[in-house]
Design a binder for this molecule. Structure first.
Ligand code: AKB
Length: 314
């Protein structure tokens, strides 16, 4: 079998920009094609502009490059998505359909699709969301992810397309900034703290949400994509957990390193989104099926974030 050729959409985003170097070290620099709707500010010989809503362009690119794996990361996130729900639905689902169809009709062997904890709503026990909990999302973003999960299941069963997916919690990392999500505060807070600035939090002090450290998110993604297909029983999307914490808890942890760190609370519309999501995720099936186990908790993550951001800012 010839070498894998990987296509990543949404390559400039929070996850893509960190995942791509990992993919390149696994598959070879020239075998990972990064694409995004906007040009990257980093020079990259293997980058192409691509609007994944453009079915023909996506399909041509997949064929031209003999792509065998697609990581479809392009999406509008939960908070930004509420500004224009219909266009969020349209962008998120149309790009996904384009990936599904282009993959099915070409030589693509595997697709990675990021789902989210946003697929859950207030109809479940928010203390711990199980793998099989019914999905009643509160946002257009969540609805687009829930529907896409079902379409993944459909393409797998009907066409044998090997689509793999996790429901990411909020991703926290020092390498890149998120944009348009409800969990974004958990990245921003570290940047403000290390720069010696006070932080105004758009969620209330006690709002607990599931989160994961970037290193663990990357490990989980690669582990799932490398797992033998026969072991994967969930073909919608796997629950994935890292840790859970509230803004007050992260502030307490930060103060162990930066004692004079100040936080104020000014909840906005994102509070309601956060309150519709579970506080904790039960990822027993990911652990059993492909050996998932997170490494980072809040204390370890905080130490690492602060160390890296100190080096960046001071
Ligand atoms: C968001 O906040 O929208 C994302 C997510 C949890 O999917 N980070």
């Amino acid at each position: 079998m010839s070498a894998d050729k990987i296509l990543v959409t949404g390559a400039n985003g929070q996850l893509g920009s960190v995942l791509i170097p990992h993919l390149r070290s696994l598959y070879g620099e020239e075998n990972v094609l990064a694409t995004d709707i906007r040009k990257s500010d980093q020079p990259d010989a293997h980058f192409e502009l691509l609007n994944a809503s453009d079915e023909r362009a996506l399909s041509a690119l997949i064929r031209r490059n003999r792509v065998t794996q697609v990581y479809h990361l392009a999406a509008i996130l939960s908070a930004k998505g509420e500004e224009n729900p219909l266009s969020t639905w349209s962008v998120n689902t149309s790009t996904f359909f384009n990936v599904l169809e282009a993959s099915r009709c070409a030589e693509v062997r595997k697709v990675f699709f990021p789902s989210s904890i946003a697929v859950f709503g207030t109809n479940i026990d928010r203390e711990l969301a199980g793998q099989q909990a019914p999905l009643l999302p509160s946002t257009a973003y969540g609805m687009s992810k829930a529907a896409s999960e079902n379409w993944s299941h459909y393409y797998y069963n009907r066409y044998g397309l090997d689509i793999r997916s996790v429901r990411y919690p909020g991703i926290v990392g020092y390498q890149s900034m998120p944009g348009g999500g409800t969990t974004d505060y958990a990245v921003d807070i570290y940047h403000k703290a290390v720069r010696g600035e006070a932080f105004s939090c758009f969620l209330e002090a006690g709002t607990t949400l599931p989160m994961i450290y970037m290193d663990d998110a990357i490990t989980a993604t690669l582990q799932l994509m490398e797992a033998p297909a026969a072991r994967l029983k969930v073909r919608t999307s796997y629950n994935l957990a890292g840790m859970s914490f509230s803004p007050a808890e992260i502030a307490t942890e930060i103060r162990k390193f930066i004692p004079n760190f100040e936080i104020q609370y000014a909840p906005d519309f994102r509070q309601q989104i956060a309150e519709s999501w579970p506080k904790r995720i039960d990822d027993a099936e990911a652990r059993a099926d492909w050996g998932w186990k997170p490494h980072y908790d809040l204390a370890l993550m905080t130490r690492d974030m602060i160390q890296h951001l100190e080096a960046k800012y001071h």
